[in-house]
Design a binder for this molecule. Sequence first.
Ligand code: UDP
Length: 234
Amino acid sequence: MEKREQLYEGKAKKVFATENPDYVIVSYKDDATAFNGKKKGTIEGKGVINNTMSNMMFRYLETKGVKTHFEEQLSERETVVKKVEIVPLEVIIRNVAAGSFSKHYGVPEGKVLAAPTIEFSYKSDALDDPLLNEYHALALELATKEEIETIKAMAFKVNDELKAFFKGIGIDLIDFKLEFGRFHGEIVLADEISPDTCRFWDSVTHEKLDKDRFRRDLGGVEDAYSEIFKRING
Ligand code: UDP
């Protein structure tokens, strides 16, 4: 597939057109942001890890019956994906309390939740990604009722598959964010699955192996990303 003009540059990726209107090429950067872009930095090698890891996760999920936007990895940082219309919802699944959940509900980080939770926020940098529920999403015409049902079922299925996968390599999947897109009318999993978008804790030491090391200035950021990558490839 041929790389043509740049269509978009986001915080962590660039998107390029191809000769086929159904496909785009994403290029992963080392740029890192947190707190809706208020904190900026670079995580050396992150683009390579997030690209390769996301693709491995998408391929794995496809084998489990989850439809994704993944097509073909072109290079260390570049991948062909289906050109989807992104549903403007960030879908967050949690297994263990952390981050904003702990803060909102006064639950200590690390408390295992009695059941996994799902929450949505409205993908809008201008509004700071406000939380909303599915009635809000319907009222604002962000997705149809049927799409929301599909997204919920897919998100919990992804959670079951990823939780089991990571448990097998000694990592607890604490929480993660998914994005979905529409491709010829069908909902598919899009965006990425990486230490930027998931919280990963070592199952034994509970060491954080994800972007919280960057958000919270814990040090060892690159090493954490490498460790996750190494375990997946182990
Ligand atoms: N997350 C993300 N992008 C966002 C917000 C959250 O990928 O814009 C991920 C984050 O890495 C974590 C999960 O979603 O794995 C839950 O994040 P939380 O709501 O606790 O937000 P935070 O504490 O990061 O503000």
